[in-house]
Design a protein around this ligand. Structure first.
Ligand SMILES: [Mg+2]
Length: 202
C-alpha cells in the first residue's frame, strides 16, 4: 500500500472520550427531569441526531431541550453542562502531534454539533492544530452517509488510498473502505498507533 498523503481522524472515542452521563447529572440539578430522563432525551436521541445533522440551530436545539427536560437556566449555562463531557485520550493526541511534526496533513471528520465544537476549541488546544475539519452539522450529513465522505475528498483534494482514516465505528470505516481509503478500525490506542506509524512511516 502506498504511503497516505493525509490522516483523517474521527473525534469521539478516538481523540476525546465522552460521557453524556456527566452532562445529564449536571443538567438534572437545574431541570425538572431526572438525570436518566435527560440522558434519554439527549444521548443518541432523535433530537441530538437532528442537531448534529444541522437540521436544528443551536438556539432551536436549546429551546427544544428546555421544553423536554424542564431546564431552568440560560443558553450559556446549558452549553457549559451539555458540552463539558470530554476527556482527552492522551496517547492518540500525542500521535496526532507526531504526524504534525512529520509534516503530515491531518483532518477531523466527526458527527458532532456546534456547542460541542465551541467547547472543544476552548478547552482542548490540540483540536486547533488540524489542517481542516469536516463536521456533520456544517455538512448537513452524518457518517456513514457517502455525501460527507465526498466532503472530505473535496477538502483534502485526495481520494482512495491517499487517505488514511481512523474511526472507532465499523459502519463508518466500511464506507471509507468502499471508497478505497486506507482505514484503521480503532479499538485501542496501542494497535492504532502502531498501524498509523507503519502506514505513514513516522
Ligand atoms: Mg467515534
Amino acid at each position: 500500500m502506498n504511503r497516505p498523503k493525509a490522516v483523517v481522524f474521527d473525534l469521539g472515542k478516538v481523540l476525546l472520550d465522552f460521557d453524556y452521563g456527566r452532562a445529564a447529572r449536571h443538567l438534572a440539578a437545574h431541570s425538572t427531569a431526572s438525570d436518566l430522563e435527560i440522558r434519554a432525551a439527549l444521548d443518541q436521541s432523535p433530537l441530538l441526531h437532528e442537531y448534529e445533522t444541522g437540521l436544528l440551530s443551536t438556539k432551536d436545539f436549546f429551546a427544544e431541550a428546555v421544553s423536554r427536560i424542564g431546564f431552568k437556566g440560560d443558553l450559556p449555562t446549558f452549553a457549559r453542562f451539555f458540552a463539558d463531557i470530554f476527556t482527552p485520550i492522551d496517547d492518540m493526541i500525542a500521535l496526532h502531534g507526531e504526524l504534525r511534526q512529520a509534516g503530515v496533513p491531518t483532518f477531523i471528520f466527526s458527527n458532532t454539533n456546534e456547542l460541542a465544537i465551541a467547547h472543544i476549541r476552548r478547552a482542548h488546544g490540540f483540536f486547533n492544530n488540524f489542517t481542516g475539519y469536516v463536521l456533520s452539522y456544517e455538512e448537513t450529513a452524518m457518517k456513514p452517509t457517502p455525501r460527507i465522505y465526498e466532503a472530505v475528498e473535496k477538502m483534502t483534494w485526495l481520494k482512495g488510498p491517499e487517505l488514511l482514516y481512523i474511526d472507532d465505528r465499523l459502519e463508518n470505516i466500511e464506507e471509507g473502505r468502499r471508497r478505497g481509503w486506507q482505514t484503521v478500525h480503532h479499538e485501542n490506542s496501542t494497535a492504532t498507533i502502531s498501524a498509523v506509524r507503519q502506514a505513514v512511516s513516522v
